[in-house]
Design a protein. Structure first.
Length: 233
């Protein structure tokens, strides 16, 4: 798929500052051929991860590769063109990652987080034709998709746990944007109740099994829908 420079950014309802760039890095294991050093100036590539209906899919690892020799004005990237440089990033809560790149021909793709349902489209191409140009590329997921704040990978990202929580498949059966239930497909009882304040990351409220009484949780703001996870005591 070739993306168009005229595509606009994806609006994410309820998500502030949707154009904030993700952190990018150049893969230190990738070498640049002597005749393919980045030119002065350059353009911008914005990779977007979103569902077919346009809902942002947050915290998706994405990759962008520069291939040379190639004429970006021709919008043709021949098979076998060597990769000379690579950038890796993770999209933000708005489902976007921004890269400053030289003029050239690119392939881009993603590593879909566990539990997501990507559209099987493979690698895509895009072309930065001139200095100052901004080009958008889209990586899509099947519908239905949860709102970004309730996406399993958002909760996993905010909790900051390492493996196995980052490598196992998470499931979020209930979420109202401020309280949620999450579990992972790992041995034992991995279920948790998590909560967040407006504008703040998710934090663990209780891990199962727990001995927090329903009245105590209700005093902390627990919604009625989640009372079934707490005993009367």
């Amino acid at each position: 798929m070739t993306t168009s420079p005229s595509d606009g950014p994806t609006a994410v309802p309820g998500v502030p500052n949707p154009s904030a760039p993700a952190t990018t890095r150049t893969d230190p294991g990738t070498t640049v051929a002597p005749d393919s050093a980045p030119s002065r100036g350059g353009g911008t590539v914005v990779l977007r991860t979103l569902s077919l209906s346009g809902i942002a899919i947050p915290y998706v690892p994405v990759e962008l590769a520069l291939l040379r020799p190639c004429d970006p004005l021709g919008h043709d990237l021949p098979e076998g063109t060597p990769e000379v440089r690579r950038w890796d990033a993770t999209t933000g809560i708005d489902g976007q990652a921004t890269f400053s790149v030289p003029v050239g021909c690119y392939r881009f793709g993603m590593n879909a987080p566990p539990g997501t349902d990507p559209v099987p489209e493979g690698m895509h191409t895009l072309f930065v034709e001139s200095d100052g140009q901004t080009v958008f590329g889209s990586l899509r997921f099947q519908d239905p998709a949860p709102e970004p704040v309730c996406a399993p990978q958002t909760i996993v990202h905010d909790l900051g746990e390492g493996p196995p929580y980052t490598t196992a498949t998470p499931t979020v059966p209930e979420c109202d944007g401020y309280w949620a239930v999450i579990s992972w497909d790992i041995p034992g009882d991995s279920q948790r109740i998590v909560r967040r304040a407006h504008g703040s990351p998710w934090r663990t409220y209780v891990s199962f099994p727990h001995d927090v009484c329903r009245a105590e949780a209700a005093a902390d703001g627990l919604p009625v829908e989640l009372e079934k996870y707490f005993s009367v005591c």
